[in-house]
Design a protein around this ligand. Structure first.
Ligand SMILES: Nc1nc2c(c(=O)[nH]1)N[C@H]1C(S)=C(S)[C@@H](COP(=O)(O)O)O[C@H]1N2
Ligand SMILES: [Mo]
Length: 209
């Protein structure tokens, strides 16, 4: 080992830095292209009639609705993140553009003690999350992927992306965020998948909970 590698502390850093997503979580392999995977039909008829509801245990006790124009007026962000399907394929290195979930939480905060959420999509699809996962700085309500608007198949007009969790935690065709004081179980979580779904901890199945 030469002096060069001894001084290359940057390499050391890179190996433990999950944020750059060069490595995949355990048991994952890269997908060929970007698969389309979901339960049920693709909604094609939304567009201007789309809105986003913030319900449940809100701080002010009220339900809040953002229509398409109000959502489009929110500050935007870019997040680099992988998509990890629990069926073991991953799409590495995507640039998701949209609204930080944190922005929505700050706009319509939860009541004290509402530490859980259910996120809702078209046709009743849902996923349960811890508030801290929704509030993570890399969680984004994405409208664009690598600079292009999402296609209907991939979640247009808005999908949730939580890069450190398996993708079943990120509904395509997002319609609502419901604050909860007790943990719930969403669509796949009721069907044998893990309630937390951290891909780096390989939390795939409910029997691991
Ligand atoms: N509304 C909705 N969103 C969903 C799903 C679904 O069934 N319905 N499946 C999830 C799962 S399991 C995966 S792997 C990803 C796939 O996203 P993609 O089709 O853009 O690759 O969507 C997630 N979001
Ligand atoms: Mo998945």
């Amino acid at each position: 080992m030469g002096a060069g590698s001894d001084s290359a502390s940057g390499c050391q850093d890179r190996r433990v830095n999950h944020a750059d997503d060069r490595a995949l979580p355990p048991g994952q392999r890269p997908a060929a292209g970007w698969p389309v995977l979901h339960y049920g039909p693709v909604p094609h008829d939304r567009g201007q009639r789309w809105d986003l509801r913030v319900t449940g245990a809100t701080e002010d006790g009220l339900e809040h609705v953002l229509d398409t124009a109000q959502f489009a007026a929110l500050p935007r962000t870019d997040v680099q993140g992988d998509l990890h399907c629990v069926t073991r394929w991953s799409v590495p290195d995507n640039r998701w553009s949209g609204v930080a979930a944190r922005t929505l939480i700050d706009l319509f905060p939860p009541a004290p003690g509402a530490d859980y959420v259910m996120v809702w999509a078209e046709y009743g699809y849902s996923a349960n999350l811890r508030l801290e996962d929704l509030a993570s700085p890399r969680t984004v309500l994405a409208t664009h992927h690598d600079g292009e608007p999402l296609t209907p198949e991939h979640g247009w007009p808005v999908r949730l992306v939580v890069p450190h969790l398996y993708a079943y935690k990120g509904p395509k065709w997002l319609r609502g965020v419901e604050y909860l004081t007790e943990p719930g179980r969403g669509f796949w979580e009721q069907r044998g998948y893990h309630a937390s779904g951290d891909a780096w901890r390989e939390e795939r199945w409910s029997y691991q909970e």
